[in-house]
Design a binder for this molecule. Structure first.
Ligand code: NAI
Length: 289
């Protein structure tokens, strides 16, 4: 596990829960931070469901909820990260949410502690600059669901030091993940391609070219993908997909990233995909808390 024993996880949503579960499976202690107690209470219930699901899908690395909670501290106080050995930040994909966190993190964490940004498209370089120690800031773009995905896209920002890159990769190896290092650019490699694909698939449905089901079936049955782009969007969360496309649009000022109106409408309607019970597809029977 190297020098990292305790990891601070910021944001207890889809990704924060996945990262927490993977960390506990690998034996790390966790300090999990979110905005308020009600969210943390809901997170505890969802983590119980998550570990049951992962026990079925990947029995080899399964842990019980009691094992997960035994060494996980739930808190609303960012200052509780003062003693952690590494931070993975997974707060909402909005600059206005992430900025104040990074403005404080540089002062909260011990010198030299790596601050890993888990974002879909926001500039790692810009977030790093807010900390006053950008050499310790790196992108760790985990894939969802984190406990089941073997590889992490690691993003080297403008000021990220090579020792930070090496230590981050060593940490990921201890977590049981492989890593692929790329340079900082909006959306990195994965989401620059993925978000455009999802958005274009949404346009096809919006224009009546094909149904959501048939659009996805073409990817699954013709290309052999395990999941079509619209089901993938539902898994990511349509709110997060929309925010990510908006970041790409703002960063590149290129109309090819304009969000599909259908995507915006679904998000406005509160249909955020799997996490809300409905998106392009219906998950009502699997809806939780
Ligand atoms: P989410 O909406 O499920 O969760 C975000 C969490 O951040 C919420 O629990 C929210 O209460 C919390 N939060 C907001 N402000 C906060 C603050 N000041 N301090 C602490 N917590 C705060 O979003 P999700 O999907 O977990 O995404 C989180 C990040 O991970 C985003 O930047 C997203 O782009 C990125 N990401 C998402 C992936 C996905 O498949 N959903 C995949 C890889 C990265």
């Amino acid at each position: 596990m190297g020098n990292v024993r305790t990891v601070g996880v910021i944001g207890a949503g889809v990704m924060g829960r996945g990262v927490t579960t993977a960390l506990r499976q690998a034996g790390f202690r966790v300090v999990l931070v979110d905005r308020d107690e009600e969210i943390l209470e809901r997170t505890r219930a969802r983590l119980r469901d998550d570990v049951r699901l992962y026990a079925m899908l990947a029995p080899g690395s399964a842990i019980t909820a009691d094992e997960l909670f035994a060494e996980t501290v739930f808190t609303t106080n960012l200052e509780d990260l003062a003693d952690v050995d590494l931070v993975v930040e997974n707060a909402t994909e909005l600059w206005t949410v992430k900025r104040p966190i990074y403005e404080r993190l540089g002062g909260v964490c011990r010198p030299g502690v790596i601050i890993a940004v888990n974002t879909s498209a926001i500039s790692i370089t810009r977030l790093g600059a807010l900390t006053g120690r950008p050499e310790n800031v790196i992108g760790m773009h985990f894939m969802n669901p984190v406990p089941l995905k073997p590889t992490v896209e690691v993003i080297r920002a403008h000021h990220t030091s090579e020792s930070t890159v090496d230590a981050a990769r060593e940490f990921l190896t201890a977590l049981g993940k492989k890593s692929i290092v790329v340079n900082d650019s909006p959306g990195f490699v994965t989401n620059r391609v993925m978000m455009l694909t999802v958005n274009e698939a949404a346009f096809l449905v919006h224009e009546g070219v094909a149904s959501a089901a048939d659009t996805d079936r073409l990817f699954v049955e013709c290309f052999g993908h395990t999941m079509g782009p619209l089901e993938t969007a539902d898994l990511i969360g349509l709110d997060t997909v929309l925010l990510s496309i908006e970041v790409l649009y703002d960063e590149f000022k290129d109309s090819k990233y304009r969000p599909c109106p259908l995507l915006t409408k679904l998000v406005d309607a509160g249909l955020h995909g799997r996490k809300s019970g409905q998106g392009f597809f219906n998950y009502e029977s699997a809806k939780r808390g």
